[in-house]
Write a protein that binds this ligand. Structure first.
Ligand SMILES: Cc1cc2nc3c(=O)[nH]c(=O)nc-3n(C[C@H](O)[C@H](O)[C@H](O)COP(=O)(O)OP(=O)(O)OC[C@H]3O[C@@H](n4cnc5c(N)ncnc54)[C@H](O)[C@@H]3O)c2cc1C
Length: 398
C-alpha cells in the first residue's frame, strides 16, 4: 500500500540522511522502535539517552509521510476550542495549547544545541476565514484564547494587513515555527547516541510475546528480543494487523517556483478555517507551499487521477488568493497520508493490544508538535512517573 505519492519537496536536492546498514544478526535491547520517520527519530533521540534502544525502518529513513509534511508547526489545534470541548475539558484544551508553545521552545533549544541545518525559523500564525459564516466561530476562539492568556490579535476587513480578503482572523505573534522536516529528522538521527543500533531496510513482519517481553521478526528472519516495543510506523499499521487506530486522510501539496519580491505580513504560517481547508507558508527562496483538499484514505494505493485533480485545484486556488501575481508556477506536487483523532492529538502511550506495546503516532495537522512533547509522556510512562498529558494522548481514550 502507498502512503506517499509524487516528488516530496523536502527530501529532493538536499543532503540525505547518512546511510545505515540493514540488520544481519539477532539482537537484544530494552526498547525496539519500529519506524524511522520523524516520530521514530524523535523517540530514538530522546530514549537512547536513557535506555538501550534499537531503531529499525523497512525503507530509507525519513522517506515516509515525514518527507511531505508541510511543517507548519503551530500551537493551535485543527479544531476550535469550542468544538474540542466535546472531548476535553477547558483546562485540558489550554494544556494542549501550552504544550504546543512548549514544543516550539523545545525545537528552538534543540536547534540552538545541534545547529540550524534544517531551515528553522520562528513564525507568527494566522488562522482566518473569508466566509461570513465562520466569523462568529473565529471571534469566539479569539475570546477563548484571550481569556486564557494566549496572546493574539483579531483582524477583520477593517485592519487586515494581508494581501487577500478576510472576514476575520486570529494572528499569534509567537504562535509557530517552521523547518524542513526531512532535514530536522537528519539532525535527530545523526546526533542520537545509539548510532550502532539504527537499521534501515529492515522490516518487522511479526511480533510475538516471549518470556522476556517480545520477539520481533524481520522479513529476512533475524530476531530482535526486547522488553518493550514502540510503534512509530506512521499511518501504516500492518505490523499490528489492524486498520482502525484512527481516521486516515490524504492531504495534497504544491510548491511554487521562486517568486520575485513577494511576501505577506510577517510571512506568517497561514491556515484557513473553511471546508475543505487550506494551509500555506513561505519556503526559503521565496517559494510558497500550499496544501489541503483532504480526501479519505481508503487503505489502497493513492489514486493518481484524483491527486492530479487536487493539485490543479490547489494551483487554481493559490492564483485566486494572489490574483495580482501572474507568475505563479508549480514546481512540486505530492501528497501523503495523515491521521486525525476527535481531540486532534496523537496516539501516544500504552496500546490497547498490550501495555508493553507503546504507540507513538502523531496525528492531526500538528503531528510534529505532538511528537516533540509526546516523547516526554513515553519517557515518563517508561519510568513509572506521572505526566498530566498521559490522559489526553492515551491510545485507550474514547
Ligand atoms: C502533505 C502532508 C502535510 C503535512 N503537514 C504537516 C504540518 O504542516 N505540520 C505537522 O506537524 N504535520 C504535518 N503532517 C503530518 C506529519 O507528516 C506526520 O505527523 C509525520 O510525518 C508522521 O511521522 P511518522 O514518523 O509517524 O510517519 P512516517 O514518516 O510515515 O514514518 C513511518 C516509518 O515507519 C516505517 N515502517 C512502517 N512499517 C514498518 C515496519 N513493519 N517495519 C519497519 N518500519 C516500518 C516506514 O517505512 C516509515 O519510514 C503532514 C502530512 C502530510 C502527508
Amino acid at each position: 500500500m502507498e502512503y506517499v505519492k509524487g516528488v516530496p519537496y523536502f527530501c529532493d536536492k538536499v543532503k540525505k540522511i547518512k546511510q545505515y546498514p540493514y540488520l544481519s544478526q539477532d539482537k537484544y535491547c530494552d526498547i525496539l522502535i519500529i519506524g524511522g520517520g520523524i516520530d521514530g527519530s524523535i523517540a530514538n533521540f530522546y530514549l537512547a539517552d536513557k535506555f538501550d534502544v534499537i531503531l529499525v525502518d523497512k525503507d530509507r529513513l525519513g522517506f515516509g509521510c515525514t518527507s511531505c509534511a508541510t511543517a507548519l508547526l503551530e500551537y493551535q489545534l485543527d479544531d476550535f476550542a469550542s468544538d474540542l470541548m466535546k472531548y476535553m475539558s477547558e483546562q485540558e484544551i489550554c494544556m494542549a495549547y501550552r504544550m504546543g508553545l512548549d514544543a516550539i521552545d523545545k525545537i528552538k533549544d534543540f536547534i540552538n544545541k545541534y545547529g540550524n541545518s534544517c531551515d528553522f525559523y520562528q513564525k507568527p500564525t494566522f488562522l482566518y476565514s473569508n466566509s461570513i459564516f465562520s466569523k462568529k466561530a473565529i471571534v469566539k476562539e479569539y475570546k477563548f484564547r484571550i481569556k486564557h492568556n494566549f496572546a493574539c490579535e483579531l483582524f477583520d476587513e477593517t485592519n487586515n494587513p494581508f494581501p487577500f480578503a478576510i472576514k476575520s482572523g486570529i494572528f499569534a505573534q509567537n504562535g509557530g515555527c517552521e523547518f524542513n522536516p526531512y532535514l530536522f529528522e537528519k539532525i535527530m538521527i545523526e546526533n542520537a547516541k545509539n548510532q550502532e543500533d539504527i537499521f534501515e531496510n529492515t522490516k518487522i513482519s511479526k511480533i510475538e510475546k516471549s518470556h522476556m517481553g517480545f520477539v520481533a521478526k524481520t522479513n529476512f528472519g533475524e530476531k530482535i528480543y526486547c522488553k518493550k516495543i514502540l510503534i512509530s510506523t506512521g499511518f501504516n499499521w500492518e505490523v499490528l494487523k489492524t486498520q482502525d487506530l484512527c481516521e486516515r486522510f490524504i492531504t495534497y501539496s504544491v510548491v511554487t517556483s521562486s517568486l520575485k519580491d513577494f511576501s505577506w505580513y510577517e510571512n506568517a504560517l497561514i491556515h484557513d478555517a473553511v471546508s475543505p481547508y487550506h494551509y500555506l507558508r513561505m519556503l526559503p527562496g521565496n517559494k510558497i507551499i500550499f496544501g489541503g483538499e483532504d480526501t479519505v484514505y481508503k487503505g489502497k494505493d493513492i489514486d493518481e487521477k484524483l491527486a492530479n485533480k487536487k493539485y490543479d485545484k490547489l494551483a487554481n486556488d493559490l492564483c485566486k488568493l494572489f490574483p495580482n501575481r501572474k507568475d505563479i508556477k508549480i514546481d512540486y506536487k505530492f501528497c501523503g497520508c495523515f491521521g486525525t483523532t476527535p481531540n486532534n492529538l496523537g496516539l501516544i502511550g500504552e496500546s490497547k493490544f498490550d501495555d508493553d506495546i507503546l504507540l507513538f503516532i502523531s496525528c492531526g495537522a500538528n503531528g510534529i508538535i505532538n511528537a516533540m512533547k509526546g516523547i516526554e509522556v513515553i519517557e515518563d510512562i517508561l519510568q513509572h512517573k506521572d505526566n498530566k498529558l498521559i490522559k489526553i494522548f492515551s491510545p485507550k481514550r474514547d
